[in-house]
Ligand binder design. Sequence first.
Ligand SMILES: [Zn+2]
Length: 266
Amino acid sequence: MAFKTWRLSDRVSLIQETGVASFMRCNIWHVRGRDCDLVIDTGMGLGPLKDWVLRETDRPIKAIVTHCHFDHSGSLHEFDCRLGHPAEAHNLAAPQNRAVVYSGAWTEIEIVDPRAHPDFDPATFRITPAPLTGYLDEGDVLDLGDCAFQVLHTPGHSPGSIALWDAKARTVFTGDALYDGDLLDTLYHSDPATLRRTLSRLQGLGAEVFHGGHYPSFGKARMTELVESYARGENTLVDVVAWYHDMRRETPDIYADQDWSGVRLD
Ligand SMILES: [Zn+2]
């Protein structure tokens, strides 16, 4: 199986691609609504994600990318309704490896398990073009009938990064602007000063549950630690290759399941 699903609540399931290194494994979120469902981010495209999601729902699906990077946009092309920020649109319509960040140091480290994906060739890997069918920007609302998400423009990691905020449930999906790990602000189109502003905005939102683009979800106390340590210049990722080797020393099985046992949702 190319995917695994964990049901976190009646509303939210987490889907992850199998055979992708823990630090690169995108959180693919399936959010169930009365009238339609959301799929937030789509992984690297190593398997048929839409078919996997359709096993769980017969409602219409809106696929949303928080940003254009290869670990989030790989299966976007499979969906009929593809939504994202206009500033990411050109990289989704005509993905270049350089622009979707599958380039440089990222191609020098192992991120896909050859035992799980024997046909994966890092040298020829490309993201399938997925032109957006609609734009999402600050102030837009995604209404699922029994819940609604406000779109927040959260640039810094990339210019058109977005977050989805359910004010009633105090829950926010933050993409790669904020997750429980080292943040990336030195990519070709990243901007650290902008990311700092985005993080202080997320800090002031009043959210209780944070679902990031990678790693297990977290609450308010952990959010504060992460945002404050970023402000001190701590949790950022600068030297990808050195970081990767540290990671492999600490966690030799980089493909093992993550520990989500500490994640509590009501
Ligand atoms: Zn990512």
